[in-house]
Design a protein around this ligand. Structure first.
Ligand SMILES: NC(=O)c1ccc[n+]([C@@H]2O[C@H](COP(=O)([O-])OP(=O)(O)OC[C@H]3O[C@@H](n4cnc5c(N)ncnc54)[C@H](O)[C@@H]3O)[C@@H](O)[C@H]2O)c1
Ligand SMILES: O=P(O)(O)OC[C@@H](O)[C@@H](O)[C@H](O)[C@H](O)CO
Length: 373
């Protein structure tokens, strides 16, 4: 069985590649990072180390293709793959779409394409971009043969600092949930992949708990001068604000999906203990990367804040504080942080937030964030 995976970065190697290998797939990583691909082809294996335990294992049966220099090879692999996955970042999905479209055009058998990105509807978005590259004749054939099931992926994989550039240290916890209602053909039998009929509660619970809490730790941590998530979690003042934000997003999740307070409370506790893992050094700059995306209308901060106001007719004060912390997040190495600061300089905090979060001019969230300043 052959899997083609786009994005040989942290989650690609540290999570998806690992599960594919364990399930017996030959995994071909596609990446624009030529050095990384050369290393994959030279070594043909890498080590996954579980943070905080002595456990480690080898990921084998792998190869790599540089999608800048070897586009034809990528297309040929997509044409014959048994499974196609991505973990490149939401903004990169339009860039991988043309090669996926070319490969899908050549197929006569069913295949599934799963975008493993932190967003709602990742595979739907990828499908939309893929279809833009197909004319009518190919479009109907590709739609018939290709499943684009959405997915939720959860495992904290920080930026790596090993001498061996392929080695990855990951947290032991992981969850990969895939919407089975959109699968085509035989269901992939991958240990660790959970198939569900309705992904919405899973992806929302993950994004609006793990990623909301993580974002709170990163932006408040940065504001109060911390470098890592672990340091932010050790600051009792920040920890209580993170918990506050998670109780606000949790309030909405409980109301929408009927989780009991007790179950959701336990879920929050598990997430907080994952953030506090002393064996995992995760920089606030990684977790806070791409602040414009993170202030998007469907993303981890604005969406739960807007829904909290709708359900409770009340302002979620902790989420508001985190959103304000995003607006003062300065990081020269992060193109979105630079862009956000220049937008704020031109327009002011309130107007910049209104634009990136796509809120109406009179939305109460805007006034609340302005007051926070
Ligand atoms: N790291 C985590 O803890 C984690 C956990 C869950 C989900 N995610 C999600 O997984 C995705 C990837 O995150 P990551 O942390 O692995 O990022 P990363 O930066 O470590 O990896 C992304 C990889 O994609 C490659 N890439 C960029 N453009 C490409 C292109 N056009 N074609 C092929 N490859 C390309 C990059 O070179 C890089 O190797 C994101 O959507 C992220 O939200 C990350
Ligand atoms: O990947 P992002 O930029 O959407 O979010 C940063 C982190 O919160 C994220 O990568 C988490 O580590 C991950 O979602 C845990 O499953």
């Amino acid at each position: 069985m052959l899997a083609v995976h786009f994005g040989a970065g942290n989650i690609g190697r540290g999570f998806i590649g690992a599960l594919l290998s364990k399930a017996g797939y030959e995994t071909v990583f596609v990446d624009v990072n030529g050095e990384l691909i050369d290393q994959i082809n030279e070594r043909r294996k890498y080590t996954i180390e579980l943070a905080g335990s002595k456990e480690s294992f080898e990921v084998t049966n792998i190869a790599g293709i540089n999608s800048v220099t070897n586009q034809e090879d990528v297309v040929a692999m997509v044409a014959k793959a048994d499974l196609i996955t991505t973990a490149v970042g939401p903004h990169i999905l339009p860039k991988v779409a043309p090669l996926i479209a070319e490969g899908l055009k050549e197929r006569t058998e069913t295949v599934n394409v799963i975008a493993c990105e932190n967003m709602i509807g990742g595979s739907d978005l990828l499908k939309e971009h893929v279809l833009k590259h197909l004319d009518e004749e190919f479009e109907s054939r590709v739609v018939k043969l290709t499943g684009f099931p959405n997915a939720a992926v959860d495992r904290i994989v920080p930026d790596q600092t090993h001498e061996n550039p392929l080695k990855v240290t990951v947290e032991p916890y992981f969850e990969w949930v895939v919407d089975s209602s959109n699968l085509k053909g035989e269901k992939p039998g991958i240990g660790g992949m959970t198939l569900v009929d309705d992904l919405t509660p899973y992806i929302e619970r993950k994004l609006f708990t793990v990623n909301t809490g993580h974002a709170a730790a990163a932006y408040l941590g940065n504001y109060y001068g911390h470098q890592t998530i672990h340091q932010a979690m050790s600051d009792s003042g920040i920890l209580s604000k993170i918990k506050g934000a998670l109780h606000e997003s949790g309030d909405v999740l409980i109301k929408k999906y009927g989780f009991t307070k007790e179950t959701h409370g336990k879920y929050i506790e598990t997430i907080l203990s994952r953030f506090a893992n002393p064996d995992l050094s995760d920089e606030v700059t990684r977790v806070g990367r791409a602040p414009i995306r993170k202030l998007g209308p469907k993303d981890r901060l604005v969406r739960p804040a807007v829904e909290y106001i709708e359900w409770n007719k009340e302002i979620p004060i902790h989420l508001v504080e985190v959103i304000a912390a995003v607006l003062v997040y300065e990081q020269d190495q992060d193109p979105e942080a630079v862009e956000l600061q220049s937008l704020i300089k031109e327009q002011g905090y309130k107007e910049a937030l209104q634009e990136v979060a796509q809120l109406s001019e009179d939305h109460p969230l805007l006034e609340a964030v302005e007051k926070q300043f």
